[in-house]
Design a protein around this ligand. Structure first.
Ligand SMILES: [Zn+2]
Length: 496
């Protein structure tokens, strides 16, 4: 059974019954319930799966797959899918993407001694199944995820790499390579949905059973070809959220400055995130937006991203006001903040819902640090009655500049009013759950994602927008605004 989307009416009816009704429904955890961490459900890890222990994997193509022009479109597509749908939403990066080195097999010991930390992608000419996360040896064995003594194998059948490839299949197999099990194997898959093998003990990483998980691809009807909201929450609980201050473009390209010297052109490259080997460089991709809309690095409050002179964006003393005039505000599982029923009318409560690009999900975001305000036309996010009590709703209301229409940024993008956090109810990425005030959760709380928000949209100055030119250290430019993916950025708030 899958819970229907809760309308406001049903939601409030259930509230009067109590949280047990929601839990019985199988889709939502009580706000105060402990995250599931004991071995009662197996979304991800079980004894045959090893979660990737670091924040980086090297991906390579085996044999002809690496160089044959016949596979070129697939290679580009597969890398794009992995970078855009997995790396972009969590603190994990995929590097290399070249031809596999020669990994030395120790016949006597029956193991490799090289290739640890690599994911080998193999495009088979025949066969009836694709595999992800197997041990890569002469006789691939089912040891999903990270391998402590050699590479991890992703092996794809023709139906999954031919004709440009199958996005859902590639994402599914890479989730196995990262160490995630089939969702349907969880013990809390009751009553059984999709195919169920042997129920498996494991850890669920604070997520609920989710028939829409990409790890159910090919077993469950109607699964989209992207990660589900719970998949995103699970990835963020295993590998972390994008670090505060990251400005992340299409295919996990982060804005950085190669040096702190004034006038240095800014660039875009694969997000460094929390890679411990590149901690110094990572500090040059963490941006704080000040009350004038200028982006600076925490190490120097007097140098900024600047669009003058020329077409390149530079790092220097002359800062440019860079605006989010029409940005989505995304919460748990990448859901968008929007007024109920998309109604842009004063008094309408705000809630989380699936992003759909509509005007009711676009916000002008002004100020930063001490106070940030979200506006759509003449309406602003507003703490109802200026009350700081738990469960106070957040609504639309005519902008008046009052304190209950500004929010402070703390931690990883938590937004506070008088010390209380904006929170989408039940810590569940389900359409229609309302935005309200609630006591703040720490960065180590597995259920915190309903109190973390980031911006997604174009970053503009006048009629020009920041333009992403790729993941390989390309120059960051500013061009007339358009609707391309090259001008879409996720900005993860950095607290003052
Ligand atoms: Zn599978």
């Amino acid at each position: 059974m899958k819970c229907r989307v809760l309308s406001d009416r049903v939601y409030f009816t259930l509230l009067t019954v109590g949280t047990s009704a929601l839990i019985a429904c199988g889709d939502a955890a009580g706000e105060n319930s402990e995250p599931v961490s004991a071995s009662e459900a197996g979304l991800f890890s079980n004894p045959d799966f090893t979660l990737w222990p670091s924040h980086v994997a090297n991906v390579c193509w085996e044999g002809a797959a690496a160089t044959d022009p016949a596979f070129a479109t697939f290679r580009t597509n597969a890398r794009t899918w992995i970078e855009q749908y997995i790396a972009r939403v969590t603190d994990f990066k995929f590097e290399s993407w070249g031809t596999c080195p020669t990994f030395i097999w120790d016949e006597a010991a029956g193991v490799f001694h090289t290739g640890i930390g690599w994911i080998v992608v193999q495009l088979r000419p025949d066969g009836d199944a694709s595999w992800g996360g197997y041990a890569y040896d002469p006789h691939p064995t089912l040891k999903f995820g990270y391998q402590p003594d050699g590479p991890t194998l992703v092996s794809l059948k023709p139906g999954h790499w031919e004709n440009g490839g199958n996005q859902a299949a590639v994402l599914h197999e890479f989730m196995h390579a990262l160490g995630f099990d089939h969702e349907f194997n969880r013990r809390d898959n009751v009553p059984v949905q999709c195919f169920l093998g042997v129920p498996t003990d494991g850890t669920s990483f604070g997520t609920q059973f989710d028939p829409l998980s990409i790890t159910n691809y090919s077993y469950c009807e109607g699964i989209p070809n992207v990660l589900s909201s719970w998949d995103i929450v699970g990835l963020q609980n295993v590998f972390g959220r994008k670090p505060p201050g990251s400005i992340v473009g299409y295919r996990d390209a982060c804005i950085f400055t190669p040096s702190l010297v004034g006038g240095t052109p800014a660039r875009t490259g694969t997000c460094i995130g929390s890679d411990p080997d590149l901690a110094e460089a990572a500090q040059r991709e963490r941006w704080r937006r000040d009350s004038s809309g200028r982006f600076s690095l925490p190490s120097s409050a007097s140098s900024f991203l600047s669009t003058a002179p020329g077409n390149f964006v530079r790092y220097g003393a002359q800062g440019t006001q860079l605006n989010f005039n029409s940005a989505e505000v995304r919460g748990i599982g990448d859901k968008c903040v929007a007024p109920a029923n998309g109604s842009l009318v004063s008094g309408t409560p705000l809630q989380i819902t699936t992003c759909n690009g509509s005007a009711a999900q676009k916000w002008q975001v002004t100020g930063n640090g001490a106070s940030v305000t979200f506006r759509n036309g003449s309406l602003c996010w507003d703490v109802k009655g200026a009350s700081s009590a738990a469960n106070t709703p957040i609504q639309l209301y005519g902008c008046h500049g009052g304190g209950n229409q500004s929010f402070s940024i703390v931690n990883e993008g938590a937004l506070t009013f008088q010390g209380m956090c904006l929170d989408s109810a039940f810590a569940t990425p389900q359409d229609g759950l309302p935005l309200e005030l609630y006591p703040c959760k720490s960065n180590s709380d597995w259920s915190r994602h309903n109190q973390r928000f980031y911006l997604s949209g174009r970053i503009s100055t006048g009629s020009s927008c920041l333009n992403n030119n790729g993941t390989g250290g390309s120059l960051l430019t500013w061009l007339p605004c358009n609707s391309s993916t090259a001008q879409l950025w996720d900005y993860h708030f950095l607290a003052p």
